[in-house]
Design a protein around this ligand. Sequence first.
Ligand SMILES: *Cc1c(COP(=O)(O)O)cnc(C)c1O
Length: 460
Amino acid sequence: MSEFPYADQYEIHRGLPEEGTDRGAILSMLEAMSRAEDPVWETGQCSGTMYCGDHDHYDFLNEAFSHFSYVNALQRDMCPSQTKFEAEIIAMTLDMLGAGSIKGSEPAGLVTTGGTGSIAHAVLAYREHGRAVAGRANMIKPETAHPAFSKAGHLFGVEMRIAPVDPVTTQVDLDWVRIHIDENTVALIGSASNYGYGTVDPIGQLGALALEHGIGLHVDGCLGGFILPFGRELGYDIEPFDFSVPGVTTISADTHKYGYALKGTSVLCFADRALRNDQYFYLTDWSGGKYCSPGMDGSRSGGLLAATWAAMVHLGRSGYRRYAQAIFSTSAAMQDAVRSHPSLRIMGKPSFLFSFTSDEFDIYHVNDFLRTRGWRMNGQQYPNAIHMAVTRPQTQPGVVERWATDLADAVSYALAHRSEAPRSGAIYGGVEGGPSDEADEFIKAVMADMMDSQLSIPPL
Ligand SMILES: *Cc1c(COP(=O)(O)O)cnc(C)c1O
């Protein structure tokens, strides 16, 4: 990649151009960039991120989006359609996640802009609703739970207590959780499944603990929420994790992942609407009028609600089940290829997403080699591991076979180069000696460079 993307092909804008550019020229530029970038994942060799990977589906969503792209979902009197879309997205998600089995409270939901938004709203709701008797509220999250919980804790002043996980199963250490619950603990957290290993925490036991202490339990189904229910229906060995489990009080599920909607939506489900209502913000004595909005955002895209609704209604249960079937069987076949190598070890009991490491060499050697064959894996640390979140692009014919061949060659490469330092390890893997200030500074610089790069380009 050049210093500044596309600097060699297109004009760089360091300020708002005085004269506008013709629509046709802009559209062909956008199309060229997008067509150039698609092949990275269209091959099926890229982990996660492109969940549907079907251009016909994307065209359909774009058309649905286009009818409401200019609508602000905040102005409900102008667009009753948005009330229908949002309410139905919530109702369909609640139904899929077992809300029918909730007794004694009224289930409810919130559509947010993504998994981070759903998690943030859950943390906020528990802080507002919970009884932090003696000071700052805290929640207990498994180390493997998504960084969004820590981010939300940082934003809302909620302490995140980090529970260790069993190194073999990668599931949360229940004894640690039990010992660290105190009078300020407002909720526990479990993942179904977690992003790193694709494993599911013991939700039933976490639920029992939560009930025993009268606190909440958030299940992070951002990744698994729209695929695990169908994996269970198909008979895959997945423990119950939804509202049918006593003690589960909120679940986040990302429509923009295995819900196959456009990027920018997620659903946060509540077993009890009182918990949701406690995180609403309103200002009734503002000179500009009485103000309220259900979540962190003010104005919201009507297009995204329409497209998300369209994806769900179009696929239906049978569509989601069919996609899940292909993904689960592809993942199982890819895992078999990993298991055929005694030097590789799969982490815990994964399902649609699997992670593996090696006790014989640094797994980043395998990553180094796979990159030369066009694979884009996600890297992990402590221990170094790499993962593949299987999505629909991997279910195309030939991908599993390519995986088996390339992985075998990668293992040979790793065995031959085991005495050297892997190239990709420094970026993705654990810097030797564990977490460090250097790693913090490095990551901060990377983020800043991404935002500021156009300013640093010398004038042409
Ligand atoms: C993706 C993900 C999140 C965060 O979602 P964003 O949509 O990226 O904000 C949270 N938890 C898990 C398990 C995820 O995979």
